[in-house]
Design a protein around this ligand. Sequence first.
Ligand SMILES: C[S@@+](CC[C@H](N)C(=O)[O-])C[C@H]1O[C@@H](n2cnc3c(N)ncnc32)[C@H](O)[C@@H]1O
Length: 261
Amino acid sequence: MTTGTSRPPIDTGRPHPARVYDFLLGGKDNYPVDQAVAEHLPAEARAGAFQQRAFMHRATAWLAGEGVDQFLDIGTGIPTAPNLHQIAQGIVPSARVVYCDNDPIVLRHAEALLISSPEGATDYVHADVREPGTIIEAAHEVLDFGRPVALSLLGLLHFLPDAEDPYGIVRTLTATLAPGSYVALSQGASDVNPEGGEQGTEEYGKGGIQLALRTRAEFGRFFEGLGLVEPGLVTAPEWFRSAPAPKPEFSGMYVGVARVR
Ligand SMILES: C[S@@+](CC[C@H](N)C(=O)[O-])C[C@H]1O[C@@H](n2cnc3c(N)ncnc32)[C@H](O)[C@@H]1O
């Protein structure tokens, strides 16, 4: 099932975050306008995309291993196997997953996200995170919010400038989660490589996309009132639960997972 599916048109005249990210990951669902942005991003952007995706894999596997069997993933991106449900259902076959994105191209490819394990369920909601109430209402079809849910917003928060109240949006979403739920977040850093950050902000800006990179402290504010789990708020390649990070790798992407108390 997909919710909110009026099949809006694909705009190839301006870049879209999902398609720029797809290009960085080596995907084929992008257009010259997206490639033009990606090719002018700082050198670490490509590695950052892979690090971000790998963090999603590890965090999801850990959460499923903890017994979480319900997932709400907002800002899903163009399907790139393995997708979140494939990781979660590989560990908990009955896992139920709701995906959400606001990009028409992700909606076009949503079918790949709907091939669930027979024991589990997946759904796709075409909606904007700035309307958290709409997302939660639609997600109720598949998820039981009376039980723990793992909410993920990965690679999305830096597309929400402060004027759009990202902190309030995260608070609204987490307020609907039962104790024992988890929140996994990631965010492009402004204070790891400030020069590269400025270059990235400028390149996205030329394409009409406002990038809101944040400092570690600013990212930390998203977790207020939640219990950060080990290893805390770190860069993506440093987030490992059962083993130490293989070797220190440069990354401009902050990540964290927290428990709802
Ligand atoms: C960089 S991609 C990250 C994809 C995936 N979460 C991952 O970690 O691999 C960011 C995604 O957020 C989506 N996005 C950006 N702004 C959004 C908004 N306001 N509401 C919903 N999705 C949004 C984009 O369309 C894109 O698919």
